[in-house]
Design a protein around this ligand. Sequence first.
Ligand SMILES: *Cc1c(COP(=O)(O)O)cnc(C)c1O
Length: 411
Amino acid sequence: MSAPRPQHAPLTQFDVRDNCLQIGGMPLTRLAQRVGSTPFYAYDRERLNQRVALLREHLPPEIHLHYAMKANPMPAVVQHMASLVDGIDIASGGEQRVALDTPTDPGDISFAGPGKSDADLRCATAAGIVLNMESEAEMERIAVIGTQLGIQPKVAVRVNPDFELKSSGMKMGGGPKQFGVDAERVPEMLARIGALGLGFQGFHIYSGSQNLKATSIQEAHEKTFALAIRLAADAPSPVLTLNIGGGFGIPYFPGEERLDLAAVGENLKRLMPEVKRQLPGTQIVIELGRYLVAEAGIYVSRIIERKVSRGQVYLVTDGGLHHHLAASGNFGQVIRKNYPVVIGNRVTSAEQENVSVIGPLCTPLDLLADRMDLSKAEVGDLVVVFQSGAYGLTASPTAFLSHPVALEVLV
Ligand SMILES: *Cc1c(COP(=O)(O)O)cnc(C)c1O
């Protein structure tokens, strides 16, 4: 006997009525009419509100929550998120422009990422954005720019920690890394920040992404606080902010279970008193992208054709990897696994069929679902890919094969 096949974690964020997925308070079929064409991404405001509320419920109330907008930089989404969170984390000049269009205080916007251009640094300095410095060379460039502009730049040191965030989808700290300054070199850098007269804000310690294991995140939080307390001893002025990263994951694939957010929150509540003793006056920040927005979004395409090849049914849609690289399995996955997919206008039909969902691109990589059991579907039906509110459209090769771009709506 074979073991039961692993299932996708239950997705309950969207109601189903009369066999049709509901989003933004209306049936998906109605939304598709309203949007006017497929494919499209839809992000649900109320789901965004609920996710922020869930975090506020579980995290210590004094911790600030930042939105890492590269997860979903749609301006309407960023505006909405800005009304819910305490700050925005950006990673490019383009993101900087969108973030500065929100009512967020520039002092609550931080700019991370290697290879910031002098133009980016000048704009950020003039705006009063906090620059999370990724290298000593960047620090020197910032100092020159501050002198040229006659403005004291606000800077934080992004630290490449001397530990890793275990079981992360993507490791971004520990060992040699393209991000941040190695922890052992930070004391010298802090002295230089003082000598250059830069406006020292604090530390940014981000160690990984897409983590579903509470125990790994708990361990990283403990080590992050310990490292920050150690580094603070050499700071030129009090540590105003400590960004401890994020990396909270969401379930995408069969067998994955939800992060135990309550356990992460409990652990932080346990650690906070000692942190406050050691770092009085320091604002603790958690920065999240995916966890805030991914589950609020879906990607919708329409079935153009049903095709059968040697017994395997292919649903040919107007959407594909050019809009949703991650769902096709080509954005960092080692072994291709299916995202959760349903037929949006036949969510709970009794009749099921094993199908592959493909797009219009001339490459076998253009696969949105590989031999999945879905409700039996017809031409004109809507294929929905869940967990698509983060790293969707803007993380996809939209120019590949010159198909029309997908629309995005916030509902
Ligand atoms: C990408 C990134 C994030 C967001 O990561 P998620 O996995 O989407 O939460 C946060 N901080 C930094 C520095 C990043 O580069």
